[in-house]
Design a protein around this ligand. Structure first.
Ligand SMILES: [Zn+2]
Ligand SMILES: [Zn+2]
Length: 140
């Protein structure tokens, strides 16, 4: 089984992803306003993985919970020391999936994107990623 390691910037938080296959991860860009703010860039980049594939090896992320603006709670976990964003998930995915911040993987190239969400909010200077799916809105 492929195992992927990851950490925050200061490495207080270390984690492992163990997937039956790389196909079990769905990496996507999200151009929504919440992702812009949470990631501090013009899009969010996460890999959706089964909840049980994620294992914390050291450290304890701090959790932030907020309404995403449409009545759904979004949970975000990040390093309390260096501020690196590690993962997020919505209320409806809570028991099943985690959305791992791809840049926190030790090899972020290991899980390339399969699609883009909220393309209607894409920064005007940013081109589309070729050969992946494109959705104007919803991320799930
Ligand atoms: Zn850290
Ligand atoms: Zn988003």
């Amino acid at each position: 089984m492929p195992t992927y390691t990851g950490s925050c910037y200061c490495r207080a938080i270390l984690y492992e992803l163990e997937l039956a296959s790389p196909d079990d991860a769905r990496t996507s860009l999200c151009h929504c306003a919440n992702c812009k703010k949470a990631f501090g860039t013009n899009y969010g980049l996460t890999a959706k993985v089964p909840k049980d594939s994620f294992r914390l090896k050291s450290g304890a992320p701090k959790e932030h919970v907020s309404d995403n603006g449409s009545g759904t709670s979004i949970y975000r976990e990040f390093c309390d020391t260096c501020g690196s964003f590690i993962l997020e998930y919505g209320e409806q995915a809570k028991e099943h999936f985690r959305y791992i911040c791809v840049g926190s993987l030790d090899d972020p190239e290991a899980l390339p994107p399969k699609g883009e969400f909220f393309c209607k909010s894409r920064a005007s200077w940013m081109p589309e990623i070729p050969n992946v799916f494109h959705k104007e809105e919803v991320k799930n």
